[in-house]
Design a protein around this ligand. Structure first.
Ligand code: MG
Length: 219
């Protein structure tokens, strides 16, 4: 009985996600679902892109958090459209929440929508939000073993960002182990080393977003 119920929830989410995908494609807006543990730097990555991209592509943001509008306030300070979703303690975003948030955005004024999921390496992975691409973010302070311990996120990622790379000299982070694990889980996936603090790697991140925004026709 319980299994049937879970399957039904997932099926409803998948249908709603397809609706979100259709609306975004009709408006010519690419969509990226950003996932990581809390504190890896998802919001900082979005801020860095906004500061460096010079308005191209035109970026809109949906912020997912259990509580507060702190992240949305940081994004709004960059002068771009942002909608905060509070999940009231929920550990992931679902397509119905994203669908409702789309109503608060002028899609015609956007090239790409960045969805910052709730900080969590497990729960968000199973929920399609209607995105075209998935980004997995890890910071070096979390340890090199995260892809091995949370493989599903990395298997399904289109881009893996290793953030806070400026802290590498101060932590025991085995880069070879990290990269080998990611490659084993997801051969050929693009990996970017970044530091939002120093700005290293931000150019490559912005280039990836521009490429994603320009692609439009995803399969
Ligand atoms: Mg955040």
């Amino acid at each position: 009985m319980e299994i049937k119920l879970v399957q039904k929830v997932m099926k409803v989410n998948d249908e709603l996600a397809q609706g979100v995908r259709k609306r975004l494609r009709a408006a010519g807006v690419a969509c990226v679902n950003m996932m990581s543990a809390p504190g890896s730097g998802k919001t900082s990555l979005i801020e860095a892109a906004l500061r460096h991209c010079g308005g191209a592509p035109r970026i809109g943001v949906i912020e997912g958090d259990p509580d507060t509008t702190l992240d949305a306030e940081r994004i709004a300070a960059c002068g771009v459209p942002v909608v905060q979703i509070n999940t009231d303690g929920g550990c992931h975003l679902e397509a119905n929440l994203v669908g409702r948030a789309l109503g608060d955005l002028d899609l015609d004024a956007l090239d790409i929508l960045l969805i910052e999921n709730v900080g969590n390496l497990v729960c968000p992975v199973g929920f399609d939000l209607g995105e075209d691409k998935r980004v997995a973010v890890v910071s070096v302070t979390e340890g090199h073993d995260k892809p091995a311990k949370y493989p599903k996120l990395f298997r399904g990622a289109d881009l893996v960002v290793l953030n806070k790379a400026d802290l590498l000299p101060y932590v025991d982070f085995d880069m070879a182990f990290f990269r080998d694990t990611v490659r084993r889980l997801n051969p050929g996936v693009l990996m970017l080393d970044m530091s939002c603090r120093t700005g290293d790697g931000v150019d490559a991140w912005v280039a990836w977003l521009r490429e994603t925004a320009a692609a439009k026709n995803f399969v």
